[in-house]
Design a protein around this ligand. Sequence first.
Ligand code: ADP
Ligand code: GN1
Ligand code: MG
Length: 366
Amino acid sequence: MKPITEALLHQAAAAFAFDCATGDIERYGAGHINDTFAVWAADKSKRFILQRINTDTFTDPAGLMENICGVTSYLSRQILAWGGDPARETLNVIPTRDGKPYYTDSEGGAWRAYIFVEGTVCLQKVENEQDFYTVAETFGGFQNQLAGYPAATLHETIARFHDTPNRYANFEKALAADVMGRAKDVAAEIAFVRAHEADCHVLVDQLAAGVLPLRVTHNDTKLNNVLIDEATGKGICVIDLDTVMPGLSAYDFGDSIRFGANDCAEDEPDQSKVHFSLHLYEVFTKGYLSAAGSAMTEAERKSLPWGAKLMTLECGIRFLTDYLEGDHYFKISRPDQNLDRARTQFTLVQGMEKEFDAMTRIALQV
Ligand code: ADP
Ligand code: GN1
Ligand code: MG
């Protein structure tokens, strides 16, 4: 993606139908993919979210925004019917001045704007188990709310996003090319991935065999993709809807476990500080099933520990692939960050393997 100049940023902000004059703009948030800014009202009374969509990653911004507009209007209707506040409990797209869902700048960049959901916290790490339970309820509820959404109308914004065998194949390609000459330094990580090749197939095989149902899922259920209400401590708004697509419930469950059921940062360099927490896994399982529960089949419950293990393995494979390819996908702020991220995922996979029987017991008992 091209660097964002002040001129481009102000050109983009001027394109949206904000309901007041705007002033300062600042970088915001800690995502790995998009460029996010807060645009202040000129009188500082409120702010808006302005985002440049990463079109290297999401090559069809029109299809992506059609998904987001469809899903957020559907959620708004449901939230209203339940007596909630759609301005806070779902993302709300602010159109451009000419009524479009996104703006294309003079260099081809695609921008969108949202109402800023104020009075919330966005966690980068699990600080207490109550918050993790809340996040679980929120993602479980999100899946439930979208159970009736016409899945066939959704564009596949990233092809084969959680197709783990395909992620493995891309890793082998990156390794064979070894464009940065980094393969020699990561023999242990390569061996780890190769020893897990067979595992990569478990969920896609169950989907193909009709054992697991296809649902509308979020597919990127990190802790920091839920906004928690500061006043009530409740998870109120699921954000980052770029990857809402048909998928497996095990993907959403699993990606949250990957990121949250531990006591470390995703890029922790010291592997002795990385521990999978069975207790946090149990907390999350209870919260998730309490909200998504009635719709979940027995086979889906059994797939949850596999979701946790495979989303963690897959993410580790993706980080390692990006490291081998020269860090072009995930934003980095220091050298070797993607390698540390990959190592952390593999340590967590090992932790889950030790506890796998207990994880299965919990998923079936809760
Ligand atoms: P990325 O795909 O790069 O992760 P996100 O859509 O998750 O981008 O946005 C990055 C961060 O911006 C979030 O983690 C959150 O802190 C903040 N954010 C995004 N949308 C909103 C919103 N509508 N209101 C308040 N904060 C938001
Ligand atoms: C990216 O956009 P963000 O930062 O929420 C990535 C996820 C990874 C995650 C790892 C579109 O999520 O798939 O699991 O980083 N999103 C995309 O932290 O690739
Ligand atoms: Mg995000």
